[in-house]
Design a protein around this ligand. Structure first.
Ligand SMILES: Nc1ncnc2c1ncn2[C@@H]1O[C@H](COP(=O)(O)OP(=O)(O)OP(=O)(O)O)[C@@H](O)[C@H]1O
Ligand SMILES: [Mg+2]
Length: 299
């Protein structure tokens, strides 16, 4: 039985499961994948993936380096085509430049000579089709607030929602790794997307900063109802907030609630070799074994 098949046998996409919070955009299917396969050239990265993500869910995407996590994001963004199977995003096939999706790519530090202010970066990400032909919102072009424009209000709201209001005027090059991730998150949020794709936003953050950023993201999922997929290598900072895990390894994709996917049995089936999921006294997970039999913490 494949990992995907065993996941569905466990009833992993149960609509009854949802943590508390006001349902805003919840309930519908935000992502549907069926027998999905992806290749780079002739190389199959993973295949036979079948899963649903519901609107308003907070989902972790985990798996070893090179497993194909970023590739899945690129498919959702319409930047890479499936080689087989079906994929729908927000009710339609993926398309490039979809303003309903906010994306934080897997990226590294910003050069310290970057003088662009954080607020400017966020404001410039405001979707272009909401601006008038002269760069201003049409309805306000002749009004008294002509120079403010909705993009400034949206940038201020996005920075506030990620706890970065005080960073607005700072140059990007002066920020710490954790501050930078908050500003990138605001950049992805400024168009009020229905879906957020966050590729390794916790990399380079210490445990405390990781937990703080996860709390912020979880707050956004709840308050804005934004469906969020987050790639991480350590599941522990977020495991208690998650609705679902997508685990990619060994060319296969397993999905389900964390307590269902992150078990010795499920991961052993996925990798095809013995894997142990250990729990410490504080509820942290350690995943031992897997693809190359070196320890891999939390994913
Ligand atoms: N443009 C490309 N051309 C050819 N192969 C590629 C390309 N992009 C990715 N790959 C290959 O596809 C596989 C999956 O890559 P991907 O970047 O999706 O992995 P990942 O799970 O995001 O890894 P990481 O955790 O290191 O970011 C890797 O073997 C990678 O070398
Ligand atoms: Mg990646």
């Amino acid at each position: 039985m494949s990992a995907t098949a065993s996941a569905s046998a466990l009833g992993l996409d149960d609509p009854a499961h949802r943590p508390g919070g006001d349902p805003l955009r919840r309930g519908g299917i935000a992502i549907h994948a069926d027998r999905l396969e992806v290749r780079h050239g002739s190389k199959v990265v993973w295949s036979n993936a079948g899963f649903d993500v519901r609107s308003g869910e907070f989902v972790a995407l985990i798996g070893p380096n090179g497993a194909g996590k970023t590739t899945l994001f690129r498919m959702l963004l319409g930047l890479h085509y499936p080689s087989a199977g079906e994929l729908t995003v927000l009710g339609a096939p993926p398309r490039r430049g979809n303003p309903r999706i906010g994306y934080v790519p897997q990226r590294h530090s910003i050069d310290e000579d970057t003088h662009l202010a954080c607020e400017t970066l966020v404001r410039l990400a405001y979707p272009g089709d909401r601006w008038g032909p002269d760069g201003r919102f049409p309805a306000l072009r002749w009004g008294p607030r002509v120079r403010l424009g909705p993009e400034r209000a949206a940038a201020a709201r996005a920075l506030a929602d990620v706890g970065a209001t005080e960073l607005a005027a700072k140059p990007l090059g002066s920020l710490s790794g954790g501050e930078l991730q908050r500003v990138f998150l605001a950049e992805a949020l400024v168009g009020d997307p229905e879906m957020l794709l966050l590729d390794e936003p916790l990399s380079n953050l210490d445990l405390r900063r990781s937990r703080e950023l996860v709390e912020t993201i979880h707050g956004l999922v709840r308050s804005r109802g934004v469906t969020t997929l987050l790639v991480a290598h350590d599941i522990n900072p977020m495991v208690k907030c998650l609705d679902k895990v997508i685990y990619i390894a060994n060319g296969q994709v397993a999905t389900g609630r964390p307590e269902e996917v992150l078990t010795s049995e499920s991961l052993t089936a996925l990798y095809g070799v013995r894997v142990e999921v250990l729990h410490d006294s504080r509820g942290n997970l350690v995943i031992v074994g897997g693809e190359d039999d070196r320890g891999e913490e939390g994913g």
